[in-house]
Design a protein around this ligand. Structure first.
Ligand SMILES: *[C@@H]1O[C@H](CO)[C@@H](O)[C@H](O)[C@H]1NC(C)=O
Ligand SMILES: *[C@@H]1O[C@H](CO)[C@@H](O)[C@H](O)[C@H]1NC(C)=O
Ligand SMILES: *[C@@H]1O[C@H](CO)[C@@H](O)[C@H](O)[C@H]1NC(C)=O
Length: 322
């Protein structure tokens, strides 16, 4: 009897903390049941950002549940906190309480040869689809960002895999559906990054030249930054080197990029926002102008040797990879 009780307890615990979706074992999610990554750093679960009954499958760090870093079904919410993750047709599928497909990955179109496919939430916060007995991912959530990057998640394009990883803002603070702003890497001769509102640039960062350009905000001793620019790839990512720290680079619903970093024992996260002020917005002052930054107001001034004229093409550059 005691032994049986023990076994039931072990089964309960192991299923509670299982971080995998197995072919024969759909993963049932509810408001009471989330999936954890193996070391429990990250959580995959259903959340409700607003007051109405719209539920989303999201990923967040276990210490910061209010900071959702990835949303699966951003444009197709569930009406109840009941969902099932299943391996179906060689993809991860989210089913609602009636068994209707609400969201799915599109890693493969046909069942690939090899060991069975499993879905797994990794300690990096990456939800992946892979063969149970070999490395390599058929699909990964890191390739389809929502509005945020976490450590080791790449932004940018990769010609070989035909991927362009772009951040797309939430519609509002409590609505994760696709918003108006995007942030991505573009190549127009030089590689630059742009924030766009419905396709129109609102912020442009200068050319990406060197690795040192990749620093966002202050020199953080516990983070490294990488920019890779080759014929086939232009990408950016940061990597935290200490698990006690946590950082998110998010494109907020107002079109600002914000890097928030949680430092052990500090009460509030360290924050760095881009553009820092009105001068950072694309073409704020027009051509040949300087955007002034006195403490009380923002103003546009001519560059030496130029006269004021109506707004035209041009921009006041604010380097943000300081
Ligand atoms: C599926 O692929 C399309 C086009 O490649 C992409 O836009 C979409 O985000 C992908 N969906 C998922 C869930 O990965
Ligand atoms: C950041 O660190 C680098 C190398 O350690 C140094 O050269 C640079 O001056 C630092 N920048 C700031 C703003 O502290
Ligand atoms: C990580 O940071 C914490 C807090 O600053 C520190 O106590 C710890 O030693 C660091 N760990 C490593 C491996 O550097």
């Amino acid at each position: 009897m005691r032994l049986l009780f023990f076994f039931i307890l072990v089964l309960e615990l192991s299923s509670k903390y299982e971080s995998k979706i197995l072919p024969a074992e759909p993963y049932k999610l509810s408001s009471q049941r989330n999936m954890f990554s193996p070391s429990k750093f990250f959580v995959l679960g259903l959340f409700r950002p607003g007051a109405d009954e719209r539920w989303y499958l999201g990923i967040w760090h276990h210490r910061f549940p209010e900071q959702v870093v990835w949303v699966a079904n951003r444009d197709t919410p569930l009406s109840e906190p009941i969902g099932t993750l299943e391996i179906m047709d060689a993809n991860i599928v989210l089913l609602d309480e009636h068994g209707t497909r609400v969201w799915w990955t599109n890693g493969t179109s046909t069942t690939p040869m090899g060991s069975p496919l499993i879905g797994e939430l990794l300690d990096s916060g990456n939800l992946v689809l892979r063969h149970s007995k070999s490395g390599g991912f058929l699909w990964q959530s890191f390739d389809f960002p929502t509005d945020a990057l976490v450590s080791e998640m790449k932004l940018g394009w990769d010609a070989k895999s035909n991927l362009n990883r772009v951040l797309k803002s939430w519609r509002s603070f409590d609505d994760p559906s696709s918003g108006e702003f995007t942030f991505g890497v573009e190549r127009h001769g030089l590689v630059q990054s742009f924030i766009r509102q419905k396709g129109v640039p609102t912020f442009r960062d200068g050319p990406w030249n060197t690795i040192t350009d990749g620093k966002i905000g202050e020199n953080l001793t516990y983070a490294t930054y990488s920019i890779l620019v080759t014929e086939d790839e232009a990408s950016y990512f940061f990597r935290l080197t200490n698990d006690s720290f946590f950082s998110i680079l998010r494109l907020d619903y107002g079109g600002r990029l914000k890097q928030s970093t949680w430092i052990p024992k500090a009460l509030k996260p360290k924050e760095h926002t881009i553009p820092e002020d009105m001068c950072g917005w694309y073409n704020k002052c027009g051509a040949n102008a300087l955007c002034g930054r006195d403490a009380s107001r923002e103003n546009c001034d001519c560059l030496p040797g130029f006269k004021p004229r109506p707004r035209s093409m041009g921009f006041a550059r604010l380097g943000w990879w300081v």
